[in-house]
Design a protein around this ligand. Structure first.
Ligand code: CP3
Length: 355
């Protein structure tokens, strides 16, 4: 494999020495970029884009070219896993995802297969991983990803997004065994899927637990964290002579950082509701931290954005183990100029902390 020209991100994930703090951003390939919208139009919609390895590579590289991001992320969606398990997924224009055949009962869960061969139904994602690695030519590392079992289950049971999560929570409280069976099948499918991404060239892994934060503490540990841990335990942790860092990101999960660090992950992704110095004090040097600027800071002017970057860098202070990111994904109505200024500010302002 080609040698990595910029491995700052991998080193920071493993709390090794770096010359400056690396930066990437969740949802960095997305609608805020005109270049992304043009490629999506060429593909004929979002799911078609996900199914074309060449076009996935085109959009995954856009933020590397435009923002000088220190990592690329696989272009796909978390919901391609339930789709590969047989569910019918659609994305209406300007709408969120929909499953027309949601999971409603034990029999629905029993019918779901466990995906153990990622080169079958999800083979197009493996091709995308290989194509992106080829096109990156070693410029920056490639992050693979999947949704957490709990977060996938919310979409599968609700049939789409939700405000109340009434169906998935009712199933969890009324029929915990059914929920556990669903989460087990998802965890084992996701583990095989992520190991496939690693085998095809993903150099780090992020698990997105977007909806872990809607749970109470005991439910979070039992229904979300335990299944992320089950995945972490199954993952290939070294490939091509390098450790493959694993990042766990639970939005709204800042109350459970210590338990998250105990899963064996390398990095915890922070949302913006905690100060990074407090997070660092709580997890010590057990894991690295990723984050954690409020995504809506990108609506502010470049001077304000830079001040916020400086504040977060100062809070983290000297020492290794910081990957700069937003606390959640960039929103579609942000000006690309502001995103460019954000990345530039991190590159420039972080140097003093690594002398
Ligand atoms: O740049 C990247 O981060 C890589 C690609 C990526 C997408 N989705 C592409 C996408 C990643 C990592 C995801 C993860 C994802 N998908 C999550 C977890 C992260 C998070 O944001 O909380 C979730 C919950 C989903 C499910 C999903 N996909 C929703 C709810 C939606 C619609 C609303 C929204 O947030 O955009 C999507 C669509 C989606 N996934 C788009 C993109 C670029 C927009 C679709 C379009 O172009 O029309």
């Amino acid at each position: 494999m080609t040698e990595l020209k910029n491995d700052l991100f991998l080193r920071a994930c493993l709390s090794e020495d770096v010359e400056r703090t690396p930066v990437w951003m969740m949802r960095q390939a997305g609608r805020y970029l005109a270049e992304y919208r043009a490629t999506r139009a060429k593909a004929g919609g979002f799911l078609n884009l996900c199914r074309s390895p060449e076009l996935c590579s085109e959009v995954a590289l856009q933020p590397v070219d435009i923002l000088a991001a220190d990592a690329a992320i696989l272009f796909s969606d978390i919901l391609v896993v339930p789709e590969a398990m047989g569910m019918t997924l659609t994305f209406g224009a300007g709408e969120g995802p929909k499953f027309s055949d949601p999971i409603t009962c034990r029999a629905d869960v029993e019918k779901l297969p466990v995906l153990d061969d990622p080169t079958k139904e999800l083979g197009y994602v493996m091709n995308a991983v290989r194509t992106i690695r080829r096109d990156l030519g070693g410029r920056v590392p490639l992050i693979g990803f999947a949704g957490s079992p709990w977060t996938l289950a919310t979409y599968m049971v609700e049939g789409g997004g939700s405000k109340t999560f009434s169906k998935v929570k009712a199933m969890m409280y009324n029929e915990p065994e059914t929920m556990h069976l669903l989460l087990e099948k998802l965890a084992d499918s996701v583990a095989a899927y992520l190991n496939g991404q690693i085998a095809h060239g993903a150099q780090a892994i992020q698990i997105f637990d977007t909806w872990g934060g809607i749970l109470n503490t005991s439910s979070y540990k039992e229904f979300s964290l335990a299944y992320m841990q089950r995945i972490v335990q199954q993952l290939t942790r070294e490939n091509d002579g390098r450790r493959v860092p694993v990042i766990l990101y639970s939005k709204g999960g800042m109350g459970w950082l210590e338990a998250t660090a105990d899963t064996g992950c390398d990095v915890i992704g922070l949302d913006w509701t905690i100060d990074i110095d407090e997070a660092k004090a709580r997890v010590g040097d057990r894991v690295a931290l990723q984050g954690n600027m409020d995504p809506s800071m990108l609506y502010a002017n470049p001077q304000r954005i830079r001040a916020e970057v400086k504040d977060i860098l100062a809070k983290f202070g000297h020492g290794n183990g910081h990957v700069f990111n937003l606390g959640h994904g960039i929103t579609p109505d942000v000006s690309p100029e502001h995103a460019i200024e954000f990345f530039k500010a991190v590159r420039e302002e972080s140097v003093i902390y690594h002398r």
